[in-house]
Design a protein around this ligand. Structure first.
Ligand code: FMN
Length: 198
């Protein structure tokens, strides 16, 4: 079966799904703008209900004027490692959209779900380019909404820290010990042919 990154799948899958993981040791390397745009472009092509594309992505890159704001939104445990990242992204979703071909505002039933699809595309494209995309919710979402000037009905969904994988020896001991790809519960506990069987 497929093996990659110290992980083993029970059924054959593309190795990219095993290669994507969430380490914390980053080198401090900056990301070229073209590669970052490619990563965002992949997010852009995510599927969404009615093609509503409710996601909006806000970002700051290291060594820019935005960096202190984005890094400062993170809680302390996340700042500890994210300070060596290349970019920090905040993903928000918008609750309504214009029904295609009309002027009708519709309420989206799946803005968070759709934004999750955009994050997955972003993470896989990052991995394909040799970057790490580490999802985070350990940040001040309310302050993010205010500081990034989001309209009141938008929802801050989660964040992503993008960086180049470094050696775990640069991390504090407790974090270095966690720096290994994890596994998943068995597929049989996740899928049900028909209804729930407990
Ligand atoms: C929405 C979301 C929020 C997360 N928040 C954090 C976080 O605040 N800090 C952190 O270190 N990891 C965070 N993670 C990483 C998860 O712990 C990680 O994705 C999970 O353990 C699975 O491991 P893997 O990504 O290496 O496969 C988050 C992941 C997601 C998708």
């Amino acid at each position: 079966m497929t093996e990659a990154n110290g992980r083993k799948a029970d059924h054959p899958i593309d190795p990219i799904f095993l290669k994507r993981f969430s380490p914390r040791a980053f080198t401090g390397e900056a990301i070229p703008q073209g590669e970052l745009l490619t990563i965002f472009e992949a997010a852009r092509w995510a599927p969404s209900a009615y093609n509503s594309q409710p996601w909006r992505l806000f970002y700051g890159c290291r060594d820019t004027a935005q960096w202190p704001l984005f890094l400062g939104l993170l809680n302390e445990p996340n700042q500890l490692w994210a300070k060596n990242a290349a970019a920090i992204v905040v993903l928000a979703s918008k609750p309504n959209f214009l029904q295609p071909g009309t002027n009708n505002e519709m309420i989206s039933k799946t803005p968070s779900y759709d934004t999750g699809a955009a994050w997955a595309n972003l993470a896989l494209q990052s991995t394909m380019l040799g970057w790490v995309a580490h999802g985070i919710i350990g940040f001040d979402t309310a302050r993010a909404a205010t500081e990034l000037k989001l309209p009141g009905d938008w929802r801050v969904e989660a964040g992503v820290v993008i960086g180049r994988l470094g050696d775990k020896s640069i991390l504090p001991e407790a974090l270095a010990a966690r720096e290994a790809p994890n596994s998943r519960r068995p597929l049989g506990e996740t899928i049900f042919e028909g209804g729930y069987t407990g």
